[in-house]
Design a protein around this ligand. Structure first.
Ligand code: GLU
Length: 430
């Protein structure tokens, strides 16, 4: 292969609504929530924009010796409440706009959880399936070097996201530490536990989805042992949520991966189905009947948890969703248009910034363990996560009960009022 830049993602197939950028969605959601609050418009204006976006070229030496120059980003949205925080993704659809939108969501996510952190997101425009393990390592190390000036344990702390994992974070931490001349575990979270990672971090986003499903079902008087759940995506979020809900007595009736979904109205043996981390793309391998991913979204179930990618419930299919409740495990799976259709139809949507916030919450625990040089047991992590999730759920529920708004807007109101208060107290320099 000759040297050159990576080709841009093919978006020609996307319809106009699903191609609404994460930034457009995030700004619309911000304005929607700000309208409910008596906020200083100057603060809202500041929050519409990122603090900084770093664009870098990342040269990658392929195994065949050729050099390809890939594009990477780090968008830092807001750090009024603490250091920037958020994942790094390796995905062909990564773009500047997407990173900024996702960084805004991280600001609200850390604020909903009341963590002393801000919001950021980054990534490289690359299809991770095309990378060998050695290429992936070289790419990660070089990306860490290109971002070294703007990340750090007190400034901006990356984490795993789509297409990245604990091993990626281990390489990132090593590259940063070697250049700094000291081992700095607190520069990233989501590392393997052997090198400063936290027990329970990988399972945490799925665990928080399950906890929020449980709390929401309690709120709507739906008993767990009678609950039918459909889960899109069987990666770390979907598989962990499915297995926990199953162990609490719910019937997980459908799960899926990119190849399709398996469905059994009497409940699936979710422990026996390999998650993406255990064996990639194997969900439908031994299944007798396979249904399409789109059909999973339209099953008549109590709870639908889209835990795979963004923009899967759109203006086109929101009318066909038959679940009584939607809980967002992925970031941004329900578009702005779909959100209003579901609201009109009386289908509550519990938003990503609350439901999958277990990931960043245990990232915060990991960072505390790193800077204090003191490891927590898995039991302590899970117990503290349970407390943080229930506290955040109760705070969002209070907003929801007090105002005539959706769950998403209630969560945004809580987050935005905390971030706006931090800006008001700190003021504008100079
Ligand atoms: N990428 C995850 C998210 O979207 C985790 C971020 C973090 O742990 O910093 O919430």
């Amino acid at each position: 292969m000759s040297s050159g830049t990576s080709s841009p993602p093919d978006e020609t197939a996307a319809d106009p609504e699903t191609s609404e950028t994460a930034l457009e969605t995030a700004r619309r959601q911000l304005e929607h929530a700000a309208a409910e609050l008596d906020l200083d418009p100057n603060v809202v204006e500041r929050l519409r924009h990122p603090t900084r976006v770093q664009r870098v070229s990342v040269p990658l030496r392929r195994d065949d010796g050729s050099v390809e120059v890939l594009t990477g980003y780090r968008a830092q949205h807001d750090d009024a409440r603490g250091p920037f925080k958020g994942g790094l993704r390796f995905h062909p659809h990564v773009s500047e706009e997407e990173c900024v939108g996702l960084a805004m969501w991280m600001t609200w996510k850390t604020a909903v959880m009341d963590l002393p952190l801000g919001g950021a997101k980054g990534g490289i425009v690359v299809n991770p399936k095309t990378l060998s393990p050695t290429e992936r390592e070289r790419l990660t190390r070089r990306f860490a070097e290109e971002l070294r000036d703007i990340v750090g344990p007190n400034t901006d702390i990356p984490a795993p996201d789509m297409g990245t994992d604990p091993q990626t974070m281990a390489w990132f931490m090593d590259a940063y530490s070697v250049q700094q001349g000291e081992t700095t575990p607190g520069v990233v979270t989501g590392k393997p536990p052997e090198i400063g990672g936290s027990y329970g971090r990988e399972a945490a986003p799925g665990r928080s989805v399950a906890i929020i499903v449980r709390e929401a079902c309690r709120y709507y008087d739906k008993p767990m042992d009678d609950l039918s759940v459909a889960i899109q995506g069987f990666g770390s979020v979907g598989a962990n949520a499915a297995r926990l809900l199953d162990s609490w007595g719910a019937d997980v009736v459908a799960v899926s991966d990119v190849n399709g979904a398996v469905h059994d109205p009497s409940g699936l043996p979710v422990d026996e189905i390999p998650s993406h981390d255990e064996e990639p793309e194997a969900v439908t391998e031994n299944a007798e009947t396979v249904i399409a991913n789109d059909e999973l979204l339209e099953l008549d179930v109590d709870v639908l948890a889209p835990c795979a990618i963004g923009n899967v419930i759109t203006g086109q299919n929101a009318g066909a969703v038959r679940a009584d409740l939607v809980v967002e495990g992925a970031n941004g799976p329900v578009t702005f248009a779909a959100d209003s259709i579901l609201e009109q139809r009386g289908v509550p949507v519990i938003p990503d910034i609350l439901a999958n916030a277990g990931g960043v919450t245990v990232s915060y625990f990991e960072w505390l363990q790193d800077i204090n040089r003191r490891k927590w047991s898995r039991e302590r992590v899970n117990e503290e996560l349970e407390n943080e999730m229930v506290t955040a759920w109760n705070a969002v529920r209070e907003e929801y009960d007090e105002r005539d708004v959706s769950w998403r807007t209630a969560a945004y109101i809580l987050a935005l009022s905390r971030v706006a208060k931090a800006h008001e107290l700190r003021g504008l320099w100079p």
